[in-house]
Write a protein that binds this ligand. Structure first.
Ligand code: FES
Length: 321
């Protein structure tokens, strides 16, 4: 899958909360930008060659700009730091066209949005969209302190009493009571969660009795395995055959399918390389994949494999390449 890219001008950088700034991108020629839906993200090609995914948080009806918000993660891998330090108004940067792995369910009767920290970004776009169509929704927004709560005023203005802020002061024992919130599953309600891995895991546990097709997650990073647990499966060696080119190569435990594919001269786009963005989705024709991504649902897993993280349980995997 080749992802179209475009050049945009950074029109504005705005302080939104402690360590959080938003970045507004516009077309350098003033053209309309490709449309997007709530929950979409773009890949941002940063100075220095890093590529990071950021959710769009402005109203999806807007065609003249994209807005992303970025938490300056001082102990992160450097992408957010680079955004804060190196990206300035007036710069030209390359981004991908928007892609959506986290859409609103079109038939939901009610939407329950749960955000943690900077995970508010895709949910803010959802609030814009749901509010515009008069949908039934509530937003639960968890942060440490009011000072670390981006878009507080905007949310109060747009969504009023539908927004429930919760500050835990950095103490997980004072976190939002997710068990109580998700205790009752009402038919037609869909849950959307984006935030730190601790919050995502807690929602997963609290919503374990919900139909899994009604609970949607947007991951920034892979979930860590709980301490003391074994990996999902041991990485074995297996063969990959490319149906169209006829090439065959071996994937050893120290390599991903993506790396082995590239070593064999193949070409496949990638971005996050951690199973969270959806870029490397590849159709498979035979074999028993060991899916390890955080993007695809069960139905999509019947057709696609994320070659950056997934493995194969059978001796041979045939890809439609
Ligand atoms: S490159 Fe992002 S899911 Fe594979």
């Amino acid at each position: 899958m080749t992802i179209p890219t475009l050049q945009v001008r950074v029109r504005q950088v705005t302080w939104e909360a402690e360590d959080i700034s938003s970045f507004e991108f516009v077309s350098p020629k003033g053209d309309e930008l490709p449309s997007f839906s709530a929950g979409s993200h773009v890949d941002v090609h940063l100075p220095g060659g890093m590529v990071r995914q950021y959710s769009l948080c402005n109203p999806p009806t807007e065609r003249h700009r994209y807005v992303v918000a970025v938490l300056n993660e001082k102990s992160g891998r450097g992408g957010s730091r680079s955004m804060h330090q190196n990206v300035r108004p007036g710069d030209l940067i390359t981004i991908s066209a928007p892609r959506n792995n986290f859409p609103l369910h079109p038939e939901a009767g009610r939407h329950l949005l749960i955000a943690g920290g900077i995970g508010i970004t895709p949910l803010l776009a959802m609030v814009h969209q749901l509010n515009a169509i008069g949908a039934n929704y509530e937003l639960y927004y968890c942060t440490r302190t009011p000072e670390k709560t981006a878009f507080r005023d905007a949310l109060a203005r747009i969504a009023g009493t539908r927004v429930h802020l919760h500050h835990d002061g950095g103490d997980p024992s004072r976190g939002l009571d997710l068990k109580a919130l998700l205790w009752t599953h009402e038919m037609g309600t869909h849950v959307y969660c984006c935030g730190p891995t601790g919050l995502m895991s807690a929602v997963k546990t609290a919503a374990a009795h919900w139909p899994q097709s009604n609970v949607h997650y947007e991951y920034f990073a892979p979930l860590a395995a709980p301490a003391g647990t074994a990996p999902a499966s041991v990485d074995d060696t297996f063969e990959v055959r490319l149906a169209k080119s006829g090439k065959t190569f071996t994937v050893t435990p120290d390599k991903s399918i993506l790396q082995a594919l590239r070593d064999a001269g193949g070409d496949q786009d990638s971005s996050c390389e951690s199973g969270t963005c959806g870029t490397c989705a590849t159709v498979y024709l035979e074999g028993e994949p060991d899916h390890r991504d955080y993007v695809l649902g069960d139905d999509e897993h019947k057709k696609f494999i994320m070659v950056c993280v997934s493995r194969c349980k059978s001796p041979v995997l045939v890809l439609d390449l």
